[in-house]
Design a protein around this ligand. Structure first.
Ligand SMILES: [Fe+2]
Ligand SMILES: [Fe+2]
Ligand SMILES: [Fe+2]
Length: 266
């Protein structure tokens, strides 16, 4: 069973119910696959067709909604939706599913959905459109959870983001990309360490929402892994814009996560 849990709710009823429906499709298929004498390939084929149609409609709704509110994350969403469509299309080309490969496919689809909802959809409607910020990202007292370890690490995350930010925006430094990649890697490692520390702390206090926190953390880590470092090597204006845009996204996600989830730990 792939649970559509409360942490997957983004607070926009139409979108939430469509997400839930996507999970239902996966669960319905999971059940059908486990039936005696199940025709694995037929069931999987049916799922993929249904999923494709439903997902296309859902993405169109989501993108239309984002366009209507001038949501700054729209382009990133369009690219992710496109990637999902491609995945489903290429899975549709395979016809000889076994139970194992069909279940693998289900797991992949469910993971993608969790990750997309918790990593991207969760930000829909949360931030106004801004030009990429040229000012530093400020760690405000509003973000404090009251747990020193966690607050210190959040502060350090902001410090690292700002380090990348000032390098990206400093036009005087020549050949800075090795350094940018070094700090981005440090940021990624530090984020992983922080999530680990935070989860250990929650374990210690038997925190009820630990699973939801884990899912959110995993979704974000996978986003970080997706940042294409190789692409950054050729410095031109687009790369600068790309990096600035990535940083804006990272900060938005972190701010939203700290305010909506981490603060509850304290
Ligand atoms: Fe989406
Ligand atoms: Fe967290
Ligand atoms: Fe955190």
């Amino acid at each position: 069973m792939y649970q559509f849990t409360n942490d997957c709710l983004i607070g926009i009823p139409e979108i939430d119910s469509e997400h839930e429906h996507l999970f239902n499709l996966l669960n319905k298929t999971d059940e059908a696959l486990h039936a005696v004498d199940a025709d694995i390939s037929a069931i999987t084929g049916r799922l993929l067709n249904e999923l494709y149609e439903y997902a296309i409609n859902h993405f169109a709704h989501e993108e239309a909604y984002m366009l209507s509110i001038d949501d700054p994350e729209l382009n990133r969403q369009i690219a992710e939706h496109e990637a999902f469509r491609d995945k489903v299309t290429s899975a549709m080309a395979a016809s000889d599913f076994t139970l194992d490969t069909a279940l693998d496919l289900l797991t992949f689809l469910a993971k993608w959905l969790y990750r997309h909802i918790l990593g991207s959809d969760i930000l829909i409607g949360k931030f106004k459109k801004d030009a990429p910020s040229t000012e530093a990202y400020v760690f405000s007292s509003e973000y404090l959870t009251g747990i020193d370890l966690i607050d210190d690490e959040h502060r350090q995350l902001f410090a690292l983001v700002n380090e990348v930010h000032s390098l990206v925006n400093d036009d005087l430094i020549f050949d800075k990309y090795d350094e940018i990649i070094r700090i981005l890697t440090e940021l990624r490692n530090y984020t992983e360490m922080h999530f680990h520390d935070e989860e250990s702390y929650m374990e210690q206090i038997n925190y009820a929402d630990l699973d939801a926190q884990r899912r959110a953390h995993n979704a974000f880590i996978e986003k970080l892994v997706d940042i294409n470092f190789e692409e950054l090597e050729n410095l031109d204006n687009n790369q600068q814009e790309y990096l600035q845009d990535v940083l804006d996204f990272l900060v938005k996600w972190l701010v939203n996560h700290i305010l909506k989830m981490d603060k509850l730990i304290g």
